[in-house]
Structures are given as structure tokens and as C-alpha cells.
Design a binder for this molecule. Structure first.
Ligand code: PEP
Ligand code: MG
Length: 603
């Protein structure tokens, strides 16, 4: 979506303009100031504080520092007489560090000059100090870096406990601060979540640029769901772009222009305006049923990460939720048992989504952690995380955690139409164990007199080639199927979807991928099962007709993509498309397939 930002004052002769190319992952154009994120800075909330709240934010940080001072004082007075002397010395060092102007004052300046929130200002300063410490030769002094980080963590804990509220929407133009384009080496999906707005509050972030990442990494997926232009795999962006540079992101072409000339800027502003008009025209289709020109109805569903996405899903005219990636409720909290949401907390979140969707079905996918969505990013990663203990494998290895989630989902099913979707299944015994655990959860709830929908449907994600090839094994046991094309492509082509060095090999139109998708749709439907596609292919208008031609009648995608896909469906003539698609599926030449798919769009 085109985003507005205050106009660049000038791009003077000293600011050389340059262009970088990467992988486009989220469409649209953004024009804003670059905000560089270092790895440590990624773990906290980031937002710009409006001018009139800057002093309140400064006070918030001052209070947190004072609170930590008081805590250290209390520790000191409560020290037992026989405590080792190092303990007292350690408290002294921390108190000294806390009083140093580099910690107690410099971050306040960052809040005042850059308008960063307190947490972000503090980690920005700590990062700066840490890199200075790395250059110190004296080992003892260099090691003090860890003390500084520990002190900062104490202050962050107080800050996070006191004020995690999202800032109010930016007021009018007068006190608006320029909107930000985030530039980072990498951003994890959990960190990406920290950038979300809530309840429609105006967002300060209007785009993302990262050095690494692939088209369908979960970071890219979250950028798309935020409907913010993003380009990844830019290799050197975080080194070449400087703090506060003016940046244009062209999320369609995968281009980032740094310090653009006036002429380029005007061209992009004109494109922003026409995109905005096209978007407004699409909104008129919200209530139009998704039916092909020859009268075949198609179900369009939304992919969501959190219940707060439901209003956007309804706004797009979605007929339900086809994929609720429940792991986003678990991420960014650490794997410590106490931080994992308990049954009641999960139930409230699932119920919130079900109620928000007002009777439309909500498909809740069970926890899909692992690979690029670790529960605890600080834990050691597996040798080959995409092939490791991920999704259902993790859940079956942690039965208590899984049972808790199943109970919470089942409880939510008493409030509307819920479907349970299981990710990354490959083996019959995994299906059987999962179904057994669902029965166990139901039996427990029954015994406890807690309501749930006894006929809740259970479906499988088809996202491992083995599952697509052995589909009858799934058809026999499951109520519905949903094709996860993101992983199906990853595992069929042996391309890590996060690895930008092999991103050019990630091809949805590879004949092997097309065969597996077409076969799954045909076999599933023949057995009378609903078959959906909930991977990113479902929201790509260049592929809508191909999927229709394969017989797909259920698409699940980000709400921001839904109306464009609907428009494509409204203009599609199934009989012409189906014949051409059959021909495409017989082809084994990639170039032929690519041009035939392009031609489908002209029919
Ligand atoms: C998929 O793999 O296509 C999918 C929808 O799931 P995720 O992207 O969350 O792995
Ligand atoms: Mg998947």
C-alpha cells in the first residue's frame, strides 16, 4: 500500500544517490527515513514517540533507571554478613555503570533527538558502547561489556513491565515525525511482530529492507501480512545505507533507492498515487461474491497471525480464516515454561478470533515452531533446522504442551466454527497419534463438563512431498486438506526458504511442484474432501488462474491480497483456463510453462 511520509527536505550534493537490488517480498512503494537496526536492538519494541510525548518518554527511562538504582541499593543492604566480598563489589560495579552519563544520559538524548521509545534508545546506546568496547585491547576492560549489558537488561525489564502500551496514533501533519524504513541485516519473524500496530493505530514503520532472507521466509510473510513494502536479500544494504538517509522502497521491483533525486522522487510519488487509486477501486469488490465468469463459486479465506488480524480479514471480505498461524502467540517470549501461553490464555486468544469472525470458519493451525520460527532464539539451533524437530514433530515430542493447545482450541470451538489444521505431517503414525491426542483432549473436557464442538474437523497441511505422494494415507484419516506451498516448494526443490543464496532456485512453477499440487487437489477432491491452498501461491495473482485451472476452489491468503485475487477470479473463464492448464501440466520445459502461465492471464 502506498505510504505517505513527510517530504525529504533535500538530498544535497554530499548525499550520493544509489540503487540496490534484492528480492521483492511485499508490494507497494514506501518513501521514508532509514532506521538502522543492530541485532541487539531487534529484541525490543520500536516506535517513534510523538513530539509532545518526548519528555514523558524521557521521564519513563529516568524512572526505570532510578528504580534499578533502588533495587541495587536494596540488594546491597540485604547482603548477608557472610556473603562473599565479590558480591558486594559486583553490585558496586553495576551501580557505577548505571550512574555513568553514557548510560544515564546519552539514551535520553537519543529519545529527544531521534524520538525513539525508551527501550529502543537504551539498546541503541548499548550497541554503540559495545562496539567501542570490542576495540579495547585490555581484556579485563573489554569484559566489562557484559556488565554493561546486564545493567541495561535490568533497566529494560523495568521498562517493559511498566509500559508496553503501543503509542497513540501520530496526530496531524504538524507534529508528525518522518516515517521510518527499517534497514537491518536480518529480522526474525518474532521481531517483525514487534513492529505490528494494534487496533489500527498509525504505524511509524512504512517499509523493511534486509540483507538476507528469501521470498517465502516467515519474515517476508509477516511483512506481507503487515501490508508494508519490503525487499530482502539485499546483501549489503545495512552497510551501505546510513541512519536517516532518505529511502524509496519499490516492493514490486525489489529495488531500493537511497537519497533519490527530486526527479526520481516525483516519479515514485506519482506511482504511489496511482496505486492508491487502484486500491480504492478494489475496495468496491468487498461484498461481491467470488464467482468465475461461468458461474463457479470460489471460497476466499484469510491467513492471520494473531486475533488482532481478524478485522482486516473481515474488511477484505474473507469468508473465514483458512490459516491462523498459532505459533505467533508463542513466539518472542522465550521457551521458558512460564512464558509459554497457558491453556486459558490460548483459549482467550482463539475465542477472540472465533468471535471476531462472526460465525465464519476459523482454521487454527497447531503450533508450527522450529526452523525459522524458534520458540527460543537463544537456544542452540539444530544441525538442519528446516529438516529437524519442527511443527507436529515438536508437538508430539512435547505432548503436554500439545495437549494444552488442543484443549484450548477445542474450548474455543464452543463459540463458533473451528477447524484444526496439523502442519508438516508425513507419516501415518503421526496422524494417528495426533488424532489420538485430540480424542484424549475431548475426553478430558467431557469429564470436566467443559463445552466443545464434538464434530470439529481436523485437516492436514500437505507441505512435505511424501504427503502429497502418499495422499490416500491422509484422505483416509482426515476431514480436509490444505496445501502449504511455501514448504512444499522448499522440500521438493531442497531450497531453504530463508537462504537468500539459493533464493533464485525457489520456483513455484517447477514441473515437480505443479505436479504435486495438481495431484493433491485432484485426489483430495475425488475423495470428497475440501482442498485449499494456504501458502503464498494462493495470494499471487499471477498464479490465480493456474490454480483455478487445476480445480482449486479454496484459496487462503493475506487479507491485503484478497481483493486482487477476487478481481482475477471475477474475470476468469474456467473452461478456457482448464484446457490450457491441462496442457501446462503435461509440459516439462520450464520456459514453456512460464510463458504459458503468463498467457493464462490474457485469456
Ligand atoms: C506453507 O508452508 O505454505 C504454509 C502455509 O505454512 P508456513 O508458511 O507457515 O510454513
Ligand atoms: Mg508450512
Amino acid at each position: 500500500m502506498p505510504r505517505e511520509a513527510a517530504a525529504p527536505r533535500h538530498t544535497g550534493p554530499s548525499m550520493a544517490s544509489f540503487t540496490l537490488h534484492g528480492i521483492p517480498v511485499s508490494r507497494g512503494i514506501s518513501i521514508g527515513r532509514a532506521h538502522l537496526l543492530t541485532p541487539a536492538a531487534l529484541d525490543v519494541k520500536h516506535y517513534l514517540v510523538p513530539e509532545e510525548q518526548v519528555e514523558a518518554e524521557v521521564k519513563r527511562l529516568q524512572h526505570a533507571i532510578a528504580e534499578v538504582h533502588r533495587g541495587l541499593q536494596a540488594l546491597w543492604t540485604e547482603l548477608p554478613k557472610d556473603a562473599p566480598t565479590e558480591l558486594g563489589a559486583f553490585i558496586d560495579v553495576h551501580a557505577l555503570i548505571l550512574s555513568d552519563p553514557m548510560i544515564s544520559e546519552a539514551p535520553l538524548d537519543i529519545i529527544r533527538t531521534r524520538h525513539y521509545n525508551a527501550e529502543w534508545a537504551l539498546v541503541t546506546q548499548i550497541d554503540e558502547l559495545s562496539s567501542q568496547f570490542d576495540e579495547i585491547e585490555d581484556e579485563y576492560l573489554r569484559e566489562r561489556k557484559h556488565d554493561i549489558q546486564q545493567v541495561a537488561e535490568r533497566v529494560l525489564k523495568v521498562l517493559m513491565g511498566t509500559a508496553l502500551e503501543i503509542p497513540p496514533p501520530l496526530a496531524g501533519e504538524d507534529n508528525a515525525v518522518p516515517q521510518m524504513v527499517v534497514v537491518a541485516h536480518d529480522i526474525s519473524p518474532a521481531d517483525m511482530l514487534a513492529f505490528r500496530d494494534r487496533d489500527g493505530a498509525t504505524r511509524s514503520f512504512i517499509g523493511f529492507v534486509t540483507d538476507v532472507g528469501g521470498q517465502n521466509s516467515h519474515t517476508a510473510i509477516v511483512a506481507r501480512s503487515l501490508d508494508i513494502p519490503a525487499v530482502v536479500g539485499m546483501s549489503q544494504a545495512s552497510r551501505l545505507i546510513e541512519q536517516d538517509d532518505w529511502v524509496i522502497i519499490d516492493g514490486d521491483a525489489g529495488v531500493v533507492i537511497c537519497n533519490p533525486s527530486q526527479l526520481v522522487l516525483e516519479q515514485y510519488r506519482a506511482r504511489q498515487a496511482s496505486l492508491s487509486k487502484a486500491r480504492k477501486r478494489l475496495l468496491k469488490l468487498k461484498k461481491t461474491p467470488a464467482v468465475t465468469r461461468d458461474g463457479t463459486p470460489v471460497t476466499l479465506l484469510a491467513n492471520i497471525e494473531l486475533p488482532d488480524d481478524c478485522p482486516a480479514a473481515l474488511e477484505s471480505g474473507a469468508m473465514g480464516v483458512g490459516l491462523f498461524r498459532s505459533e505467533f502467540l508463542f513466539m518472542g517470549r522465550g521457551a521458558h515454561a512460564l512464558r509459554i501461553p497457558g491453556e486459558d490464555e490460548q483459549f482467550e486468544q482463539y475465542r477472540k478470533a472465533v468471535v471476531a469472525m462472526k460465525g465464519r470458519p476459523v482454521t487454527i493451525r497447531t503450533l508450527d515452531v522450529g526452523a525459522d520460527k524458534p520458540l527460543d532464539p537463544t537456544e542452540h539451533t539444530a544441525l538442519n533446522p528446516a529438516l529437524g524437530l519442527r511443527a507436529i514433530r515438536y508437538c508430539l515430542a512435547e505432548p503436554q504442551l500439545f495437549l494444552t493447545q488442543l484443549r484450548a482450541i477445542l474450548r474455543a470451538s464452543a463459540f463458533g466454527k473451528v477447524r484444526i489444521l496439523i502442519p508438516m505431517l508425513a507419516h501415518a503414525f503421526e496422524i494417528d497419534q495426533t488424532l489420538g491426542m485430540i480424542e484424549q483432549a475431548k475426553a478430558q473436557l467431557r469429564d470436566e463438563g467443559i463445552k466443545y464442538d464434538p464434530s470439529v474437523q481436523v485437516g492436514a497441511m500437505i507441505e512435505i512431498p511424501a504427503a502429497a505422494l502418499a495422499l490416500p494415507m491422509f484422505v483416509k484419516r482426515m476431514n480436509f486438506l490444505s496445501i502449504g506451498t511455501n514448504d512444499l516448494i522448499q522440500y521438493t526443490l531442497a531450497i531453504d526458504r530463508v537462504d537468500y543464496e539459493v533464493a533464485h532456485l525457489y520456483n513455484p512453477l517447477h514441473p515437480a511442484v505443479l505436479m504435486l499440487i495438481a495431484q493433491t487437489i485432484a485426489t483430495g477432491q475425488k475423495a470428497g474432501l475440501d482442498v485449499a491452498v494456504c501458502g503464498e501461491m494462493a495470494g499471487d495473482i499471477k498464479l490465480t488462474r493456474l490454480l483455478l485451472g487445476m480445480g482449486l476452489r479454496e484459496f487462503s491468503m493475506h487479507p491485503a491480497q484478497l481483493l486482487s485475487v477476487k478481481q482475477e477470479i471475477l474475470n476468469s473463464d474456467l473452461s478456457a483456463i482448464t484446457t490450457r492448464t491441462r496442457r501446462i501440466l503435461r509440459s516439462i520445459e520450464p520456459d514453456e510453462i512460464a510463458s504459458a502461465v503468463e498467457q493464462l492471464q490474457t485469456l
